[in-house]
Each structure stands twice: as C-alpha cells, then as structure tokens.
Ligand binder design. Structure first.
Ligand code: KG4
Ligand code: ZN
Length: 344
C-alpha cells in the first residue's frame, strides 16, 4: 500500500510517501527563521506551512515516482501541536483525500513518534517500551500492539527538549538549546554542580522545573556584576545540567524496563539526537537484556514518514475515521490508556 503523509504540528512542514515500511520520499522544510525570536511564533509558523505544503507535496510525489492516483491513503497529523499550524496540513491533506476519494487517517503526532522505529531495518518487537522526548513532549509508554498503548508517565511541567532550550537561554547559548548544550558540555565537568533529579509521586512521571530553577540560581550566584560567566564555568554548568536531565530520563526508563520486561525499547523524538542520552540508553537497555531501537536522525525529529507509517498501520488494523474528525492541540488518543501506580 502507498501512503501519503503530512506533518505540520510545529515548525517543520513535512510530506512523505511510503510504500508499506519503505520510505520513498520524506521531505522536511524547517522554519529556521524562528531562531531570531528565541522560540516558535505560532502565527508565523501557520503562514510558513501554508506557503510550503503544496510545493513540498509535489516534490515528494516526484521524488517517490508516484502519481496521486496511485496513493492508497492520506494521513495527517491531527495533534497535539499548535492549532493554527495543525489546521494547515490537516485541512490540505483532507481536501486532497476528499477530492481524490482516498481514505483519510488523522494521526496523533506523539503516537507516530512511538512507532518511528518501524521505519528502520531493525524494528521494535512487541511489546516494546518507547521514550518520546522532544521540544513539545516527554512520555514513557508501553506498546503491546498497534492499538493497545499504556501511557506510563509524562512530564508534569516542561518537556525534556524545552528544558534543554530554556537552560541554554539561561546560559546565553543560542536556540535551539539542545545541540548547543551538548556541544558546550563536551568541554565541561558533569559532576561539578549536583543539580537535582526530581522524584515524583507517580513513578514514571518527569519534572524539569526544579533543575531549570537550580541552574538559574547557580548562574545568579556565580555571576558577579555584569561580567559574563567564564567559558569553563558555562561548560561545567552545561555538562551538569545535561547530566541531570539524561539521568532523570534513564532512571525512569530503567525502572519501566525492570517492571514490564519489554522485548524492545525505543528512544524517539528530537532529543534522541543527544549523544550522552543515546549512549546511556543503549547501555541501560543492554544491561536489562532488551533490544534498543533508536531511529536515525531523519526519523527522530518531526517528519511525515512516521505519520504515514502510523496512518497505514491504523488503516490496516481496520480503523476508520469520520469526516467530522477535528485537530486537537493537546494529547488525546483512542488507543492510549493511563497507567496507575495504585490500580484498584
Ligand atoms: O522532535 P523535535 O524536532 O521537535 C518537537 O516536536 O519538539 O525536537 C526538537 C527538540 C528541541 O527542544 C531541541 O533542543 C532538542 O529537540 N534537541 C536536542 C538535541 N537535538 C535536538 N536536545 C538535546 N541534545 C541534542 N543533541
Ligand atoms: Zn515531535
């Protein structure tokens, strides 16, 4: 089956063509201009999606060597994300589907991240655990099959990528903060500042507001007058901050592997590009005897290939959606139930 997928939840416009598990095209147009505002400006994002979506669709079909008539289904991100941005890709995709009389499948963006390992040659095996970490989400989930997911935990405040981005701002490093913290941290001592790792009532939840505040306080203590911090100090702070975030993610993942004994464990989302996180993740997973699946960078960040894959999987499983289906800004899912520490 051939699927055409659309992604427009944040600052990447992406269109992909998939033939079953095989990616024929996966084009991503990133809105780099948000950099100068220090974060994504929703209105500008919507306008950029509008300008990019049609030409990108044409280019993806040409690259894939596929005619619109040959496409079996059209999938688009329905949420979570910026509502104006979502509406652009979603409405364009649904319009195409209606005009071409193709089935239309709305896709939950975070769920698509969970399954992104299936775009690789080395695929996850069910049941698998997925840790999704990006600028917008941080979630730990147990996946039994395509329609049965248990949301073990998530962040109660900032997403992991957001914590990286805000920490970078505090340290005077440019946006996006994640890659810059990682780079600066390479020269620093991760043991220098013992930043906190939050323990929460709910076993698999995360919180990054404590470490973010601890960093800010430490910078205020270290700064004298208006002088900028010394380069080594910034490197030590970045390394210690990164260590605390990575440690928090790994501890919960390790506990979940111990409790649920999944066959595979997948690390997905933009923050999966973080090298110390990838290394710690691979080590922890191996120590527990599970298979680690970390998708390549093109499938870790926001992309439409994962949306098309999820659309195909849902369609094959017999899922059908009414034309009344609407985009949603925050996480909602037909398939994910919540895990409870104290089941009654
Ligand atoms: O998945 P993604 O491309 O977009 C969202 O859905 O958010 O993730 C972007 C996030 C940003 O917060 C960015 O700082 C973070 O991923 N990120 C990193 C690294 N590369 C990207 N965080 C830590 N280390 C990295 N190397
Ligand atoms: Zn994402």
């Amino acid at each position: 089956m051939i699927a055409l997928g659309f992604e427009s939840s944040c600052d990447e416009t992406s269109v992909a063509v998939l033939e079953d598990d095989r990616t024929l095209a996966n084009l991503v147009s990133s809105q780099d201009f948000h950099k100068k505002y220090g974060g994504v400006v929703p209105e500008l994002s919507s306008r950029a999606h509008l300008a990019r979506v049609a030409p990108l669709t044409r280019d993806a079909l040409v690259q894939a060597g596929v005619e619109l008539a040959d496409v079996d289904l059209i999938a688009a991100t329905a949420g979570p994300g910026l509502i104006g941005a979502l509406l652009v890709g979603f409405t364009f995709a649904k319009g195409l589907a209606v005009a071409e009389r193709k089935p239309f499948v709305p896709v939950n963006h975070v769920e698509a991240h969970f399954f992104s390992g299936f775009l690789m040659d080395e695929k996850p095996e069910y049941p698998f655990l997925a840790l999704a970490v990006s600028g917008g989400h941080t979630m730990l989930v147990l996946v039994e099959d395509e329609l049965t997911l248990t949301r073990l935990g998530g962040t109660v405040d900032d997403a992991a990528g957001e914590a990286f981005d805000k920490g970078a701002k505090t340290l005077g490093l440019p946006y996006p903060g994640g890659p810059n913290i990682q780079k600066t941290a390479e020269r620093g001592d991760p043991e220098r500042y013992p930043f906190p790792i939050a323990e929460l009532k709910s076993k698999y939840d995360f919180s990054f507001s404590g470490v973010k505040t601890a960093l800010l306080r430490q910078v205020q203590i270290l700064r004298t007058g208006n002088d900028p911090l010394a380069e080594e100090t910034v490197a030590d702070l970045a390394a210690s901050y990164q260590r605390s975030i990575v440690e928090a993610l790994i501890r919960k993942t390790d506990a979940a592997i111990a409790e649920f004994a999944p066959k595979s464990v997948s690390l997905v989302g933009g923050v999966a590009a973080n090298k110390p996180l990838r290394e710690a993740f691979t080590r922890t997973t191996a120590a527990r005897g599970a298979k680690a699946v970390v998708p390549s960078i093109q499938y870790c960040g926001d992309n439409a290939a994962m949306i098309a894959w999820r659309g195909l999987a849902l369609h094959r499983a017999g899922e059908r959606f009414s034309n009344e289906y609407r985009p949603f800004p925050s996480f909602q899912s037909r398939y994910a139930r919540d895990y409870s520490d104290n089941p009654r």
